[in-house]
Design a protein around this ligand. Sequence first.
Ligand code: ZN
Ligand code: ZN
Length: 221
Amino acid sequence: MQIRADLHVHTTYSKDSLITPKDLVYYSRKRGLNAVAVTDHNQLQGALKIAKETTDFLVIPGMEVSSSDGHIVALNIQELIPKGFSAVETVERIHRAGGVAIACHPYVYFKGCLREKVCASFDAVEVINARAFPFKNSVKKAEEVAKKLGLSRVAGTDAHYGPQIGYGYTVIEAQEPSVEAVAKAIVKGDCEPFGQPVPVILNAQQQVLRIKRMIKKFSHT
Ligand SMILES: [Zn+2]
Ligand SMILES: [Zn+2]
């Protein structure tokens, strides 16, 4: 069956995101997705909790690991992958944990990106990151490296604000609607990336809401 999933979403378990677990499912459905991956920065507890508590929507638990070489998304894991190791070591740890290792936004400005550290031991390259800058060039370069290394190609939004969800998504041909089947299909390459850049207005709204939230927090302390 066909699964449409945004494979890169941050929730409020990441300090820099505004997406509550409720928003996560609401906006995923609204955008026509039937699965979503939770990939908070260097933590897994929130993703596991949301995946467990969400019974009417497929939530793929994952995390975004800050390796010493750049960010790496791990999907379908049950244990925390520590930050600070090299890309090669991090991918090995993800595999030992039974997970899928994705080189996310490998060529962007302002984020920890892997660039020439993307290697054949990864399972997939996030060729479309809907919040990548510069968008076109980063997609082109990521496509090239995926092709060169023969890796699966996926897409995600890197959403930090509900309405951003679904601008980048992956269509996956999975045996069944389960986390295990989705992970298997991605590794096999039975998936296709789709997406467009998140509209500037949504990124601006996100910043305004973040500042408002910070002010509120300060006025309460
Ligand atoms: Zn990142
Ligand atoms: Zn991210």
